[in-house]
Design a binder for this molecule. Structure first.
Ligand SMILES: [Zn+2]
Length: 297
């Protein structure tokens, strides 16, 4: 969960830059005829942003490109504006690339596990075609987050995942992902979502929706595996001389490293390791059988 700066493009400029990519004048015509409807849709999105209730914007079912969305604009007109003009256009494609670059290559949804690969429609274009090229609705995303989510969308406010451009700062500056050390063989890290008690219920639910929909418990755990093996290896070698308290302090330096996301797998893992008395005091040089027996006892 990384926040991203909100794109500074004028939504209508982007919209009509995409329209300009359409070669034939008769295909451009409906867009010019429906300018008022397009402007109103942007106003509606702004209003939804103010209350974080994008789920309540008008939507349509999948398929049916002929269905009329606003004025005389059809779903097919609007969806093709994205594929043919923003992705497949010439000048508009530069906007697409600029939005991708804004992510610094790290996917904001999974906290940079994945490398940015595409733009994700926060509101899927098949259900919310009027927002197919709205900059606020286009978020850089990795392949796993994009395919995992597919075109699912929230039907209730509590189901809305976090929006990297538009959500409250606290989702990115307060700790709501936690982890515990599991004395399994090999040792593993279990991640879970646990927002601050004082958060409003709706925000707790949204954090949980984000955590679940992007499958972060499993994906974080997998990431942590290799790093944890390295930590244990160092503890057995160069860090062997440290007392449990000194080792905890060493782990704490990583937990406090602001170069990583506060709720990302790395800092959360080090935070959990530092707080585990068992982990900080364990002698990993002991034969596994003996260490295991003590851990169980
Ligand atoms: Zn991702």
């Amino acid at each position: 969960m990384r926040p991203l700066n909100r794109p500074e493009y004028n939504p209508l400029d982007v919209f009509f830059q995409c329209v300009a990519e359409i070669g034939e004048a008769d295909r451009q015509k409906p867009f010019f005829e429906n300018q008022e409807h397009i402007s109103q849709s942007v106003v509606d999105f702004e209003a939804a942003t103010a209350t974080r209730s994008w789920h309540a914007l008008p939507r349509v079912g999948r398929g049916h490109p002929e269905v009329v969305i606003r004025g005389t604009l059809t779903k097919g007109d609007l969806v093709s504006l994205y594929g043919d003009c923003l992705v497949g256009g010439a000048e508009a494609r530069e906007l697409y690339d600029a939005l991708l670059v804004s992510s610094d290559e790290k996917c904001p949804f999974c906290g940079g596990i994945g490398q940015v690969h595409t733009l994700d429609h926060y509101l899927p274009k098949s259900n919310f075609p009027i927002y197919s090229v709205l900059p606020d609705n286009l978020v850089p995303c990795c392949r796993d987050c994009n395919t995992g989510k597919m075109s699912s969308f929230a039907t209730q406010q509590s189901e809305q995942t976090l929006h990297p451009y538009l959500d409250e700062t606290k989702f990115f500056t307060e700790r709501w992902v936690h982890a515990r050390v599991c004395q399994t063989t090999p040792i593993s890290i279990e991640y879970f979502c646990s927002p601050p008690e004082e958060w409003p219920e709706i925000d707790k639910l949204r954090a949980k929706s984000h955590f679940d929909q992007y499958n972060l418990a499993r994906r974080y755990k997998i990431q942590a595996g290799a790093e944890l093996a390295r930590v244990i290896h160092s503890r057995m070698k160069s860090l062997r001389v440290l007392s449990p308290a000194q080792f905890a302090e060493h782990l704490g330096d990583h937990a406090d490293d602001s170069g990583y996301d506060l709720n990302g797998w790395t800092r959360t893992m080090y935070w959990a390791l530092r707080r585990s008395l068992w982990f900080c005091g364990a002698d990993f040089n002991e034969p596994p059988g003996q260490a295991q027996a003590e851990a169980v006892a």
